[in-house]
Design a protein around this ligand. Structure first.
Ligand SMILES: [Fe+2]
Length: 283
C-alpha cells in the first residue's frame, strides 16, 4: 500500500500488533516506531503482513538530527533497509537530539535555535534524506525549557530548515499546545507562523499536567501520550486544518494504552472534525 488516506491513522504499538493483524479494524493508515521492530523479527513479519492492507508510516526515534557528534550511519542504514521492506508512505523524526557519540538517551532533548544549530541540523537532515533515499519529515518538539542563546523562534528555525534541505514537516498540534502552555506563547500565533506549505502530516497526542517543582504555583504539561486528546488540542486542530488544509492526521498513544477500539474511536473523532472543516471549506 503506497498512497496515504486522509482518514486519520493511529500509532500502532507492539501490544496491539497481533490484535490488529487478526481484527483488521478500519484505519486510514498506521504509524510505527521502526526502532521497535529492528531486533524483533516476529513483530517485523506481522508488520510486513499489515503493510499489504494499510499504508504504513515510519516515525523514527533514534536518528537524532540534532546531535553535534553526527548521525549514526549504521542505524540510518538499518532504518533504510527496514523502509525498503515496508515501503512506507512517510518517514519522520524530531527536531531534537537523543544521542551523543554512541550513547543513546531515551528522551528527545531540546536544541538552541541558533545559526550554528541550524547549520548542523540542516547538514544532518540532508544526510538522512540521502541515506533513506526518501523525503524526511521533521516534527516540532514539546518544550519544557528554552535557551537564552536562541536567536530565532522555532517556526523561523523550521522555515529556514525547509529552505535549506527541502525537508517536509510534521506538525504535532498537541506539542504546540504543551509548549505554548509551558513556554507561555500563543499557540494560534504559532500555527499562523508555521510553514504551512511544507506540512505533510499532523499529530495529536494526549498530555498530562504535573506539578512544576521549579515553580510550585505553576503546572507543567508533559507530552506523555498517555491520555485522550484534550479539548485545547482538538480546538487547535480545527484551526490548524483551516490554515494547512486537509492533512493526514495521526493519533499518538504510547503509554497506558487504551483498548484498540478505544484508540480507533479517537481517530473516528478526528475524522468527524476533519470532515466538518472540509465541508466548511467547500461551502
Ligand atoms: Fe508527535
Amino acid at each position: 500500500m503506497t498512497s496515504i488516506s486522509h482518514h486519520p491513522g493511529v500509532g500502532l504499538r507492539l501490544p496491539h500488533l497481533a490484535e490488529m493483524v487478526v481484527t483488521r479494524p478500519t484505519a486510514g493508515w498506521l504509524e510505527v516506531h521502526p526502532e521497535n521492530f529492528l531486533a524483533n523479527p516476529h513483530a517485523a513479519e506481522l508488520l510486513t503482513e499489515l503493510s499489504a492492507h494499510y499504508p504504513i508510516s515510519l516515525h523514527t526515534v533514534g536518528i537524532s538530527v540534532g546531535s553535534a557528534t553526527g548521525i549514526d550511519c549504521l542505524h540510518l542504514k538499518r532504518i533504510r533497509d527496514f523502509a525498503d521492506r515496508i515501503n512506507p508512505i512517510l518517514v519522520s523524526g524530531h527536531l531534537a537530539w537523543s544521542a551523543y557519540k554512541n550513547e543513546y538517551i531515551n528522551d528527545l532533548l531540546p536544541l538552541p535555535y541558533t545559526e550554528e544549530a541550524l547549520r548542523i541540523v540542516s547538514a544532518h537532515v540532508n544526510q538522512v534524506q540521502d541515506g533513506l533515499g526518501r523525503p524526511y519529515l521533521i516534527e516540532n518538539p514539546a518544550s519544557y525549557l528554552g535557551f537564552q542563546s536562541s536567536t530565532m523562534r522555532e517556526t523561523d528555525f523550521l522555515s529556514e530548515l525547509v529552505q535549506r534541505t527541502a525537508c517536509q514537516l510534521l506538525c504535532d498540534v498537541s506539542n504546540v499546545v504543551v509548549s505554548a502552555h509551558n513556554m507561555d506563547f500563543d499557540p494560534y500565533q504559532y500555527i499562523d507562523d508555521f510553514p504551512a506549505g511544507a506540512v505533510r502530516e499532523v499529530h495529536l497526542g494526549g498530555y498530562t499536567p504535573e506539578a512544576d517543582e521549579a515553580t510550585p504555583s505553576a503546572e507543567l504539561w508533559i507530552d506523555t501520550h498517555a491520555a485522550p486528546i484534550a479539548e485545547p488540542s482538538w480546538d487547535l486542530y480545527v484551526y490548524a486544518l483551516r490554515r494547512f488544509g486537509p492533512r493526514p492526521t495521526l493519533i499518538e498513544w504510547d503509554n497506558q494504552l487504551p483498548s484498540l477500539p478505544a484508540l480507533m474511536n479517537e481517530a473516528a473523532y478526528a475524522n468527524k472534525i476533519a470532515l466538518e472543516v472540509g465541508h466548511a471549506f467547500a461551502r
